[in-house]
Structures are given as C-alpha cells and as structure tokens.
Design a protein around this ligand. Structure first.
Ligand code: SAH
Ligand code: SF4
Ligand code: F3S
Length: 474
C-alpha cells in the first residue's frame, strides 16, 4: 500500500495492488442533502481514518458521493511518508481547485499526515485549501466547516495523547462486505530516524479493548469474514482496564478477537521486530482463524545501518525472530518493508539486505528508496549521501530478488489445496473469483457451483506467476 516511488512503478509488480487515491462509495448525491467526496492516500490507517471521518460527517448531515463535481465538500486524506507521496497530493489539490473555480462555494479540506506536517502553511502560502485537519482532530471537522463558511481560517492540528475515536463506529467505505480494518492504536513512539510518522501522528496510545471487541462483533453480525487489526507497531499494544486495572497485551487482544467468531479471519499489521513476542506467535499458532502471515518490516539487513535507522534491533536479532516464527508457525508467510540507499549505505551493506531477504524468504515486500523527510532525526544528523541513481539501482536489485523469492515460493504451492476466502470478482474477469489464503497469497479461480463473496472454499493450485496463484475449486 505504499507504492509511490516515481520512475520504478513498472518494476514494482510485487507491490500489493495500490489503492492509492481510492475513492469510496457507490451512493450518488441525495437531492437536498449536503455531500462530501473523499480520497485517501498512504497507509491502511489513513483508509481506516477516512471511515471515521465519514461517520463524523454523516452525524452532521453530510452524505458520501463518488462524484467530486457535485460535492459540497472535497476532502483528501494525505500521507507524508516520502516526498513522492506529498507530490501526488499537491497534484490532486490542483485538480480540486479547478472544480472550485467553477463552483467557488465548494470547500476543500486536507486531512491526515501532510496536514499535520505543514499545518497553517497550507492555508497561508499556498491557499489551496479551506480546511486543515490533523489526524487527532477529526471530531472538530463540523465546527471547522462552520467557521470556514464564515470566512475564517479553519485549522486544527492539535495532537492528542488520548484520542482513539474508540466510540465512533466507522462508516465502512469502498468495502467488499467481506473484509474490514479495525484501528487498535494510534501514533508511534519509536523514532526510527528516517520516519515522519511520530511527528505527524503523535504519541502512541492503545484503544479500549472492549470497544475493539464490540466493533469486531458488529462486523461479524453484518456478515464480515475478515478483520485486520491496525497500528504502526501492534506488538506494543497495551491497554489497562480502568476499573479492574487488568492489562491487555497484543497477544491477549489477538486471542479475544479470534474468539469473537471462528468464521472470522484475523489479520494484523504492522509488527515491529523488536517487539513481536513468542506469546504472539503461540497465539497465532493456537487459533485456526488467526492467519499465518506476519508483516515484519526489516528495512535493512545490515546492523550498522539498522543502528543509524534507530530500529533498535540487529541483523542477528531479526534472524532469531524469523527462526522463532518458522519454529512456532511452520507454514507462516513473512513479508517486509525495505529501504535502499539510506545514509552511508555501502555496497556490502546492500548485499546484506539482499541476503536477509533470502534468509527470511519473504513472500512479498514493499520496497522503497530512501527519501529524506524534513524534521526527522536522519535529516538532522546524517547526510543523504547516496546518489539517486544508486538508490534506484539497489532498489531494482531488491525488487528483482523479491520477484524471484515470490515466484519460487508460489511454485512450491502448485498441487497444494488452500482454504480461500472469496473477496469478489477477479479484476480481469467476472467469470473468476479472487480470494486470499491464510498466507495472504491471492488466488484466482473459475466460478463453479453456487458461491458468493464471503464464502470459504477449497482451491487447488495448478498454475502460478510471481503475483498470483491460479487454480480450481475442489
Ligand atoms: N510502522 C511501520 C511502518 C510505517 S511506514 C514499521 O515500523 O514498520 C511504512 C514504510 O515506509 C516503512 O516501513 C518504511 O519502509 C517506509 N518509509 C518510511 N519512511 C521512509 C523514508 N523516509 N524513505 C523511504 N521509505 C520510508
Ligand atoms: Fe515510523 Fe518506525 Fe514508527 Fe514505523 S515504527 S511508524 S517506521 S517511527
Ligand atoms: Fe503516510 Fe501517515 Fe500512514 S505518513 S504511511 S499516512 S501514518
């Protein structure tokens, strides 16, 4: 979901189908009702936040529309993670402003991480937007709209130590009715030196465990079959019941969610290699409906670079975690995020990234070249000294390695039969279903018999490429 490197898009075939900029909703504008249009960029947390924003707007009488030409309010939920992410947002703001020239009464709002990072600059210098709202201020959107209507500058970028939107039931947007996200925590306390997230999302805080279980229960009631628990570092989830003083860890939360319904698959993202415990691994192994798939970003395979990145683990530590995963959950799939060309990275360091990829045998990776972000520790302390061409060449090698690993891993699946959750029609044909197995691999297979999205079916794999498995229901 972070596919935004400029010139290498065509190389990034193994990157998850990008949903960047996805527009939600089937509904058109309802006559007489005010409407909003929203686009989301960045990580799954942003997509999840847009569902909270939609719910807040619905409370104040705004309905969703897919058509920006008729919307009263145009919102863009933004990402600052790399320079390219912000560049895309600026381009979209240009498009929205053309709509505003035709209909000056339209209000344009910027939400999310770029709003938080640039704050009032977006109102003052650039005059591209009417509203600027940071990730912890979404409850204030109705007030901000009112003051913007009165011509005042409308901005709220206050970060909070408490806000988790625990009581807001998200309006499920752009949903397939099968799979949904639940945010379990917000912010990040890790301070990886390359990363802007601690500045845009604030301090880490965990959401009330009961509200998470209530949301999962509601999803099951509405026919959903898969939830993904979201946080920047889910393994450090920690919530204390204010009445009993009992503490809930991530492993315990996973178990609680798994017990909501054996029919509902449970996934989670993102795990941090320094924090993922054996207790979590045993919990995954214990419950059939907790998927055997862990997204475990490595970033680099070299301990000196990891130290500079402030990841607080070494190559050896990471390999030990990988060994434990395969020991406790033998058929677990592991994926990663990888950055090439971080400050001072040598050719040998880069080779260590390639070799840890082979060691772990990732089924998939999200791969990027380093993009210096203003205000981060790395921007302050280290020189961004690897030329762009070299960063890109190393990235191409990392992508090539991942393609090989994905293809080899998929080839081993030929002849195997997997339990697959049908998500809907395959992209290319309405005669085929698409769905994922436990290991987060995508399967495509012809529609036979009487099935629908949300059904579990058994599929035998006959043919593979590096991105998908093809087969038949058995
Ligand atoms: N919390 C997650 C990552 C969130 S950001 C974790 O710790 O793993 C998603 C990914 O974007 C990161 O894992 C990293 O690989 C990448 N990323 C973050 N900052 C970046 C930067 N300045 N340049 C390039 N890639 C970056
Ligand atoms: Fe960024 Fe590191 Fe936090 Fe992930 S763990 S969001 S990379 S600071
Ligand atoms: Fe981007 Fe913010 Fe997510 S910077 S990756 S949208 S937390």
């Amino acid at each position: 979901m972070y596919n935004d490197n400029p010139t290498i898009a065509d190389l990034e075939k193994t990157v998850d189908e990008s949903k960047q900029g996805e527009v939600f909703f089937d509904g058109g504008k309802i006559p007489g009702q005010k409407s909003f249009y929203i686009e989301s960029y960045g990580c799954q947390m942003n997509f999840s936040d847009s569902e909270i924003v939609a719910s807040i707007l619905a409370e104040s009488g705004y309905g969703p529309t897919r058509n920006m030409e008729v919307a009263d309010l145009i919102l863009i939920n933004t990402c600052s993670i790399r320079e390219k992410a912000e560049y895309n947002v600026r381009r979209r703001l240009g498009v929205f402003n053309r709509v505003k020239r035709e209909r000056p009464e339209v209000m344009i709002g910027i939400l999310g991480c770029m709003a938080e990072r640039l704050k009032s600059k977006l109102l003052e210098e650039e005059k591209l937007v009417d509203l600027v709202v940071g990730p912890d201020a979404y409850r204030d959107i109705p007030n901000l709209i009112s003051s913007a209507e009165e011509g005042d500058q409308s901005i709220n970028v206050l970060l909070s130590r408490e806000e988790t939107y625990a009581d807001i039931s998200p309006m499920r947007l752009g949903t397939n009715g099968v799979s949904a996200f639940i945010s379990i925590m917000r912010g990040c306390d890790n301070m990886c030196s390359f990363c802007v997230v601690p500045f845009t999302r604030g301090r880490e805080r965990s959401r009330n465990a009961f509200s998470i279980i209530a949301e999962a229960t509601e999803l099951v009631k509405n026919g959903y079959k898969e939830v993904t628990l979201l946080g920047q570092n889910v393994d450090s989830y920690k919530w204390e019941n204010p009445e009993t003083k009992e503490k809930v860890t991530f492993a315990q939360l996973l178990e609680m969610v798994a017990l909501v319904s054996p029919e509902m698959r449970v996934r989670f993202s993102t795990s941090h290699p320094k924090d993922i415990t054996d207790e979590v691994l045993y919990t995954i192994a214990k419950y059939e409906n907790i998927c055997n798939y862990i997204h475990l970003p490595v970033q680099s395979g070299n301990s000196r670079i990891l130290k500079k990145m402030n990841r607080t683990y070494t190559r050896e530590w990471y390999k030990e975690r990988v060994d434990s995963i395969y020991r406790i959950i033998p058929d677990c799939a592991i994926s990663a995020d990888i950055i090439t060309g971080f400050c001072s990275e040598t050719e040998e360091d880069h080779q260590e990234t390639l070799s840890i990829m082979e060691y772990t045998n990732y089924t998939m990776s999200y791969m990027f070249f380093y993009s210096e972000r203003p205000g981060t520790l790395a921007a302050k302390k280290y020189e961004d000294d690897i030329p762009l061409e070299l960063k890109k060449r190393r990235l191409a090698e990392v992508i090539e390695m991942q393609n090989k690993l994905s293809f080899d891993s998929n080839k081993l699946d030929i002849g195997k039969t997997f339990k697959v959750l049908i998500e809907g029609n395959s992209k290319k044909s309405d005669q085929h279903w698409k769905g994922k197995n436990d290991q987060f691999k995508m399967l495509i297979f012809p529609k036979t018999g009487d099935h629908k999205a949300g059904d579990y079916v058994m599929v035998r794999v006959d043919e593979v490429n590096q991105a998908t498995l093809k087969g038949e229901m058995v």
